[in-house]
Design a protein around this ligand. Sequence first.
Ligand SMILES: Cc1cc2nc3c(=O)[nH]c(=O)nc-3n(C[C@H](O)[C@H](O)[C@H](O)COP(=O)(O)O)c2cc1C
Length: 462
Amino acid sequence: MASITIRNLDGSIKEKLRLRAAAHGRSMEEEVRLVLGELGNAVSIETSATSTTIHAPGALSGRRILLIIGAGIAAYKCLDLIRRLRERGAQVRPVLTKAAEEFVTPLAVGALAADKVFTELFSREDEHDVGHIRLSREADLIVVAPATADLMAKMATGLANDLASAILLATDKRVLIAPAMNPRMWNHPATRRNRAVLQKDGIRFVGPNKGEMAESGESGDGRMAEPLEIVGAIEKLLDRRPKPLAGKTIVMTSGPTHEPIDPVRYIANRSSGKQGHAIAAALARLGATVRLVSGPVTIPDPEDVAVIHVSTAREMRDAVEQLLPADAAIMVAAVADWRTANEAGEKIKKKPGEKAPALQMIENPDILAGVGHSKSRPRLVVGFAAETQDLLANAKRKLDKKGADWIVANDVSHATGVMGGDRNAVRIVTRSGVEEWPDMSKEEVAERLAAKIAAALQTVEV
Ligand SMILES: Cc1cc2nc3c(=O)[nH]c(=O)nc-3n(C[C@H](O)[C@H](O)[C@H](O)COP(=O)(O)O)c2cc1C
């Protein structure tokens, strides 16, 4: 259960809550209960003489986390991590390495976890039923925080000479590690090799971050992720929401393309990739295997999505062709319609008295039409139409010309601020009509479109 004690809320939040409650003619407790109720939580209220506490079931309610604490300075943050996990309803069973006992005491860890702390592999008490196997079996997820360079090396080589490493070798549960170490340790070739092996073995990482090192006054890569970041990564891994797109493969494009004029100049457009990347992430959250071909963008790759980075329309077309067949293709990229006919091998020089060079353009491949009319056409093909005039007429024309099932049309006139911005107002044009969606954040458009795609792929015909 997570608890909110109104008395402990920040002054400004309390004031806003008071005003909101007064405006609705409700008490502050009733207001909080309603807000939490809207989020889908059944809440209970506990009132004492001095405070009112509102309990809501935690996001990790009932989930069992085996927390292996390694011997790094960051071990102190685990005390907070345990608290945060328990606040969200998780059961935390702690395992301390022998060396970690130098950094945090089993007493403090056990008191916060409200559970026994396990430290010994050769424990007469716990190993009568092969305790290290039981500990793993009884967990939904194993978290190693801090994951020391030493623990990572043991995991990568399969050593099992203490309780922590024996559990990690004997488990078939998912493992999340939060590395923490000096930047020189993190960047050492041995740790780099171990990281690569662990990633290949399917071990999940959270952090490390860049920042100050507690012990040395140094800074760089190697600072353990903050407890709430680790909680976020755990929540993601233990997400119980339905995955209607599990088992489905979706090919996507996003971002602009760059069409070279010479080695230093290119023709581009204002697409930022924000909308396409948000859709890729939303589809991945619904369980799809998303393969994204991205043009040059400055935003990070979406989480849990395999990304191929390309530059030109021709490279994008080749990458998409390689990724077919798939269950759906969602083509969001703003692909340049034309490229220069003769890309100069050397930088075009300005010569005194000469006229500006005239660029001769030729047509680029039409990637959406290629997919829509392909022999390995996905069941659902969705294209985007960025227009500045005759939005609907152009989008409807595209449906047939490109062999698409839906066209997501948006007005990208300068005044709308859509290109590069954070909001979008789209219309979904299908053969059966036009759906007009209100102005929303690009994330909201992505969530809604992903849900529509999931529904379409669950029906026999689209
Ligand atoms: C003061 C001090 C701080 C340390 N901090 C770290 C650290 O942050 N990360 C790390 O990988 N090792 C650190 N070490 C080294 C580990 O404690 C050492 O490798 C230990 O054997 C790891 O044991 P474990 O992996 O079984 O927990 C530190 C050592 C000392 C003495």
